[in-house]
Design a protein around this ligand. Structure first.
Ligand SMILES: NC(=O)c1ccc[n+]([C@@H]2O[C@H](COP(=O)([O-])OP(=O)(O)OC[C@H]3O[C@@H](n4cnc5c(N)ncnc54)[C@H](O)[C@@H]3O)[C@@H](O)[C@H]2O)c1
Length: 253
């Protein structure tokens, strides 16, 4: 049975592409009012238009999750329009340069952490404040399998995603009594623009990455979206502080 999100207000960062796009569209189909927040306006507008064309209710907000002023503009607009935030998918992220620990560049380290980790924290600050006012809500943060285990050649990225899981668990403890649930999803390699260097290439990177997935394939954005929707719905009402793998067995291997 499909999980209902009827009437819920859902904010999705990184909603213009890949996992965020798939989740925004699925949430729209399940009856949520959807805010697509992304730094890329053209594709973000297109995702909101896609949801509206299918009979949903969505709008786009140009947002840079690494800037607190931009986050305030986003949530001020959501509250002005719909008065509440019930579900939030803090998903915007970048892969970073992909360097070994001693080669990581300081500017890239800062940029990766500012978007992947500080961005999640900035969003959660506003989301939790709004959710507490209306009796609760559900937050899902996008971590990664690289937030659970090390990832050679992705020092900044892996550290930022481990941070997302720590933040998720801490906020889950802090706001459980106010009915704010906070969980994370940890995708394996997913076929999106970010995953394309592994999923869409033929050769060593593709083969090495595929071998790490016991399922024998990469994941789809919809497979992550289904997990996010469950974590945002009442069907997961006793689940909080959990980092859910959607990885074809990557971490279990
Ligand atoms: N694709 C994978 O294999 C994979 C695996 C594990 C985790 N993830 C995570 O999933 C999330 C979504 O990635 P994806 O694969 O859909 O990638 P994607 O590149 O398709 O989408 C990422 C989106 O985030 C947006 N974004 C980037 N910086 C932003 C900023 N400062 N403010 C607002 N939006 C910004 C981009 O414009 C883009 O629309 C990321 O957090 C990523 O780290 C992806």
């Amino acid at each position: 049975m499909a999980h209902s999100l009827a009437g819920k207000v859902a904010v999705i960062t990184g909603g213009a592409s890949g996992i965020g796009h798939a989740t925004a569209v699925l949430m729209g189909k399940l009856g949520a009012r959807v805010v697509v927040a992304d730094i890329t306006p053209t594709s973000g507008e297109a995702v909101a238009a896609e949801i509206n064309a299918a009979g949903g209710d969505a709008f786009f907000m140009s947002t840079d999750v690494s800037r607190s002023a931009s986050i305030d503009e986003l949530f001020d607009a959501v509250i002005a329009r719909w008065g509440q935030v019930d579900c939030a998918f803090n998903n915007a992220g970048v892969a970073g340069e992909g360097k070994f620990t001693i080669d990581a560049n300081e500017d890239d380290w800062d940029r990766t952490h500012n978007i992947n980790l500080k961005g999640v924290w900035l969003c959660m600050r506003r989301e939790i404040r709004e959710m507490v006012k209306t009796g609760g809500g559900a937050i899902v943060n996008t971590a990664s399998v690289a937030g659970l285990v090390g990832w050679r050649g992705a020092a900044a990225y892996s550290a930022s995603k481990h941070g997302v899981i720590g933040l998720t668990k801490t906020a889950a403890l802090e706001y459980a009594r106010q009915d704010v649930r906070v969980n994370a999803v940890c995708p394996g390699v997913i076929d999106t623009p970010m995953g394309a260097p592994a999923t869409q290439s033929a050769g060593t990177v593709h083969d090495l990455m595929l071998a790490k997935h016991p399922a024998g394939r990469f994941g789809t954005p919809n497979e992550v979206a289904n997990a996010v929707v469950w974590l945002c719905s009442q069907d997961s009402s006793f689940t909080t502080g959990h980092a859910l793998t959607v990885d074809g067995g990557y971490v279990t291997r």
